[in-house]
Design a protein around this ligand. Structure first.
Ligand code: FUL
Length: 490
């Protein structure tokens, strides 16, 4: 056959394909990278606070603790990881160094570390054990290296920044892939500082040279996600209760953020006009303290409280970072394990069956009237497929017919965030004896929004989106019957 005909035939074929499948909706200017989408999909991650404080019964060590204090007699890092894995956590973050300056790995740059502790006669390395155990259970690993160091003699001078970077280099080059590095904002104050026993204040804006540190970290681990109260990849939610705002945008304006000095209200809601996509992360401890204290054994959060926190973090477009502090033995206490196991059971039971799955979906508008954008795409539990309207359609209405009356009390909605976060106002109606009745009014949705309502018995439900910054698109819509009652800690 003549080559010309083959080429013409092929071009016609390509043209036909294009006219058959329309292109995706046009993305917003600010969209997450695939790396951040994958990060957000972890949803539930864990924190491990463990250091000399565990043995001195403190929350913030002063920095003068002898390394001899660190003496766990039954340390079982795998028990931490197994516990986290069973709870459905996808990543664990370890305090490699907290404010007291004690290092859980044998750093070359200080004597204030595990190498001078009784643990394994000074030959132990908890960071290494931690990384190996996480790998065994396919959990991602994160490390927390406190920028504030109450032990180091040079804290407050440029020499400490060199020390800090040296330690970052050790942690990010000797332990394989680290998925997240955690920088907190507690900074400067009184401390031991090599025996000076004084107050040292630093300028939060300039002292650390964060821009340089961020480049340094990314250069060592290009895939790492950096957490702080200013990002650049993941940001603090503005409180330590584990709650995101009921309006929460994954976009935020970094010009108004400073590590250690960002406005908490702003962090709690994000910003619809934000110039960067930064994932929200809600940190909270399973106990009142971040470190283990025996007198808090009876104060472990109940499974119902943990479930409430889950709805206010994962259910509000953020990640939940839940702290599980090992005790003096070096294991996560039985009470914490029990609470966590029961919390997981509540979540698993609550979302075991999606009543909307594969039911009838219709809409007041389907983009280009094409199946690629069909309303039924919202009921397939596939995050890639989505329903979209033509541009500028408000309200955009998605209606689900359950075929018969059903009772549900949880509604889960997801936007296909690879195109950006769009929706800023929506309502949910159900059909009753007097026609449509509004049962919920909300603002943002984002990656995932879970709405809790009193159990309702109905056959039809609709989502009415009245405001968005771009064409409406929804990837998933699910209905569940939980029948669990959470205990609100608001
Ligand atoms: C804060 C610290 O001061 C607390 O001790 C704890 O580590 C928490 C997660 O971050 O900044």
């Amino acid at each position: 056959m003549n080559i010309k005909y083959i080429i013409t035939g092929f071009s016609l074929f390509l043209f036909a394909c294009q006219s058959i499948t329309p292109p995706d909706i046009i993305p917003n200017t600010i969209v997450p990278s695939q790396k951040l989408i994958t990060y957000q999909q972890m949803e539930l991650i864990g924190f491990i606070h463990f250091t000399v404080n565990t043995f001195t019964d403190k929350e913030w060590g002063y920095g003068d603790e002898s390394p001899e204090t660190f003496n766990p007699l039954a340390l079982d890092v795998e028990q931490w990881v197994k516990t986290a894995f069973a709870a459905g956590m996808k990543q664990l973050i370890l305090t490699a160094k907290h404010h007291d300056g004690f290092c859980l790995w044998p750093s070359e740059y200080t004597e204030h570390s595990i190498k001078n502790s009784p643990y394994k006669n000074g030959n132990g390395d908890v960071v290494r054990e931690f990384v190996a155990a996480c790998k065994k259970y396919s959990l991602k690993t994160g490390l927390y290296l406190s920028p504030w160091d109450r032990n180091h003699k040079d804290y407050g001078t440029p020499a400490y920044i060199t020390y800090y970077k040296n330690q970052l280099e050790e942690l990010l080059t000797q332990y394989g892939e680290i998925n997240e590095i955690w920088f907190d904002g507690a900074n400067g104050g009184d401390g031991y500082y090599g025996g000076a026993n004084e107050i040292r204040k630093i300028d939060r804006e300039t002292y650390y040279g964060w821009e340089d540190i961020i480049l340094f970290v990314k250069n060592l681990q290009p895939n790492i996600k950096i957490f702080s109260d200013a990002g650049p990849d993941v940001h603090w939610i503005g409180n330590e209760k584990g709650f995101a705002g009921s309006t929460f945008w994954s976009t935020i304006n970094t010009d108004s953020l400073t590590i250690g000095a960002s406005k908490t209200d702003y962090l709690n809601t994000g910003d619809p006009k934000g110039t960067k996509w930064i994932v929200g992360q809600c940190d909270v401890s399973i106990r009142p303290g971040w470190f283990y204290h025996a007198d808090q054994d009876s104060l472990v959060k109940t499974p119902q409280q943990l479930a409430d926190i889950y709805y206010k973090s994962v259910g509000r477009n953020s990640l939940l970072l839940l702290n599980l502090p090992p005790d003096k033995r070096g294991i996560i206490h039985e009470n914490d394990v029990q609470a966590l196991t029961d919390f997981r059971a509540i979540i698993d039971e609550s979302f075991a069956k999606d009543l909307a799955k594969d039911q009838m979906a219709s809409a007041n508008n389907t983009r280009k009237k094409h199946p690629k954008f069909a309303p039924s795409n919202t009921l397939d539990e596939n995050p890639i497929t989505y329903w979209a309207t033509d541009d500028g359609i408000f309200p955009a209405i998605l209606e689900i017919d359950l075929n018969e009356n059903n009772i549900f009390d949880r509604i889960m909605i997801q936007e296909p965030i690879r195109f950006g976060q769009r929706i800023s106002r929506f309502e949910i109606d159900v059909i009753g004896s007097n026609g449509w009745e509004t049962i919920f009014k909300g603002t943002t949705i984002g990656y995932k929004r879970i709405i809790r309502i009193s159990p309702i018995n109905t056959r039809k439900i609709r989502l009415r989106i009245t405001k968005a910054n771009n064409t409406v698109a929804i990837s998933n819509f699910g209905l569940y019957r939980s029948s669990h009652k959470e205990k609100t800690t608001d």
